[in-house]
Design a protein around this ligand. Structure first.
Ligand code: NDP
Length: 240
């Protein structure tokens, strides 16, 4: 049985979330993994882990998974609110259903995730919330309009939460990656936007491996509780 505190990750079935689940598990933490593809999380076969089929739009499902994992492993000390999709597109051509889905997952889903653990962290006066934004939450791109909106939202709520939770010694850390090698492009349904993205990525010589993001997060988490890395910004060197 692991002697380190429980950590939780949404979007643990692939990409950055999967890398973070593996890194924290390797560091000795029990891990609660949440996403819709249960088979992918179970296939990771991490020790002291629990995988639950959770859609982050379902507030009750996240709360239930957290409650179940906490009953087994103790309180969640780190939550990575990571689940998200990138329906990148020219807003003039994008069907509204695409942005409805993305807004619900990337913004309300994130709030649902934070809500499931925040009061417990406040009571215990410790905890770390990692909030997945993007470089597109710091600057805008013309064919990322609504995606940028969702990620600027993450920055805004994170900065407000950081102020609010600092008096409770709870840390809020924003992640702002540039191009990372994951399955994120499977969410881009517009062929022109996808082709432009791929061309730009090739110009950069490809994206960064998600394990590098995970290692930075582990380092930030392992800092003393009174030391806060407020934001992690990592991009390919050639990314503009
Ligand atoms: P992936 O597509 O590999 O991972 C996305 C994860 O989110 C999957 O595990 C997916 O699981 C999960 N997810 C999506 N929708 C839901 C939902 N409704 N409920 C629960 N889980 C969901 O891409 P990344 O790892 O790249 O993406 C992770 C985050 O990183 C996203 O928020 C993305 O915006 C952000 N990001 C990515 C960058 C990149 O270049 N890759 C750059 C900057 C930010 P499942 O489908 O099984 O539910």
């Amino acid at each position: 049985m692991a002697d380190k505190p429980l950590v939780a990750v949404t979007g643990a079935s692939s990409g950055i979330g999967e890398a973070v689940a593996k890194a924290f598990s390797a560091a000795g933490h029990p891990v609660l993994m949440m996403a819709r593809r249960l088979d992918r999380m179970e296939a990771l076969d991490l020790p002291d882990s629990m995988a639950r089929k959770v859609d982050v739009r379902d507030r009750a499902a996240i709360a239930a998974a957290v409650k179940e994992a906490e009953a087994k492993y103790g309180p969640v000390d780190m939550m990575f609110a990571n689940a998200g999709i990138a329906r990148l597109a020219d807003i003039g051509r994008q069907p509204p259903e695409e942005w409805d889905e993305m807004i619900d997952i990337n913004t309300k889903g994130m709030l649902n995730t934070v809500h499931a653990v925040m009061s417990g962290m406040m009571e215990r006066r410790r905890g770390t919330l990692f909030m997945m934004s993007s470089i597109a939450g710091r600057k805008v791109y013309p064919d990322h309009t609504v995606y940028c909106g969702t990620k600027f939202f993450v920055h805004a709520i994170s900065e407000s939460l950081r102020d609010y939770l600092s008096d409770y010694d709870v840390r809020v850390i924003v992640l702002s990656p540039g191009v990372i090698e994951t399955e994120v492009l499977s969410g881009v349904l517009d062929p022109t936007t996808l082709a432009n993205y791929k061309a730009n990525k090739a110009r950069m010589g490809g994206g960064i491996g998600p394990e590098h993001v995970a290692n930075l997060m582990l380092h930030a988490y392992q800092m003393p509780q009174n030391a806060l890395v407020q934001e992690i910004v990592i991009t390919p060197t050639r990314q503009k």
